[in-house]
Design a binder for this molecule. Sequence first.
Ligand SMILES: Nc1ncnc2c1ncn2[C@@H]1O[C@H](COP(=O)(O)OP(=O)(O)OP(=O)(O)O)[C@@H](O)[C@H]1O
Ligand SMILES: [Mg+2]
Length: 455
Amino acid sequence: MSTYSILVVDDEILTLNNLKKILEREGYEVHLADSGERGLEIIEIYKPQLVLLDLMLPGISGIEVLKQVKEMERETIVIMMTAYEILEKAVEAMKLGAYDYLLKPFKINELKNTIHRALETLSLRIRILEHLESEKGRYYLGKIVAQSKKMKEVVEMAKKVASSEKTTVLIQGESGTGKELFAKAIHYHSPRAEKPIVDINCAAIPENLMESELFGYEAGAFTDAKKRKIGLLERGDEGTVFFDEIGDMSLNLQAKLLRVLEEGTFTRLGGNKQIKVNIRVITATNKDLGKATDEGKFRSDLFYRLNVVPIRIAPLRERKEDILPLALSFIQEFNHQLKRSYKGISQEAAQAMMNYPWPGNAREVKNIIERIMSLYLAEEIILTHLPFEIRNYQKFSKNRIIKEIIPKDSFLTLDQLERKYIEEVLERTNNNKTQTAKILGIHPTSLFRKIKSWN
Ligand SMILES: Nc1ncnc2c1ncn2[C@@H]1O[C@H](COP(=O)(O)OP(=O)(O)OP(=O)(O)O)[C@@H](O)[C@H]1O
Ligand SMILES: [Mg+2]
């Protein structure tokens, strides 16, 4: 990992210099600001990953700075520092998206641990996405490419569930089909759009960390728990909590989540106070949760609770009409981003793209378009721009089928080849001769004749 940069905002010069020394020794790049105003300027210029922000500042307050940071740089992690033990202020800051807070005076180790955890969190992609116009624009349902009937139906469905405020949605689809896109679009089209969406990737977070991230904890709950931590569920209060890759959640946590959904309350780790939250839950998975349920890997009661409105996004190979519109919309996007002026896709390239099955779905289309457009300065995407496996997919797959049928060291006669093929189709149709004849494009009587001739 390259060096993280940290900005410290505090009006006490002594504190600034102290922290600079400590943090530089840890290998961070450090910027200092003695007021909120100056801090905001530095953030604008250097975009630090983390900000240590004093709550009590002479000019604009720490809370105000926090709000502005969250509006301009939603990825920036903010840790509040306060000399006053006013939990309310810190909790307010947490609700506004601060990651954590440090009570002054704090020990060097406490500082290091908090920063370390925060940066780890950053890499684990737990993000609180505050409402932002740009976010909202990015996840506008109208921008989702939907040419095929299947996709249009999904968009319609998403519009409907978005307006029903608390309905739980389960989005299923292969990797790269747009699950996250839909989850966020639903949130930003819902009456909760002005509230945060908390984005939790269940596959990326280790189980023990996940529990304390979700529920938070009280001081003393475990050895490292020096003080209370507000969990992600509380942060999502009145907003949406998006559990991505829910299929990877452990059975133990599934049970706990189910309780939250049923009762609307939970307790922080090590606490006994019932905390009430009003959250909308959206989940996504690329696993077959129904099957996982049958196999005992996913709790069936939770499955039914989550599956209130199921949204299934078909793989791209089952909605080929979307391939070129998707590609064109990505071309537009990257014309903008990469300062290119591509006008489209050549006939041949388009044909090859239509023939390819896109196992990585929309994301694969996007990646390939981006790669081509950053490599070549051209007017349109042409066949030779495409990666080998797409250009040669047809040839490739035809050869593959033949290679699988024909033994390496000998050849088959046409009759033998025909017999092998017919037997395969019979097997796949469970020996249904009418269906087999239909697939082979021959009359059932000629199929019967062939079968008879083998005996
Ligand atoms: N219908 C669509 N219209 C426009 N962009 C799309 C569409 N579907 C997917 N994308 C884009 O493709 C990329 C992948 O989508 P997304 O991250 O939502 O997929 P995912 O299903 O969550 O994948 P994974 O299971 O791998 O996490 C994103 O950049 C998304 O914006
Ligand atoms: Mg995803």
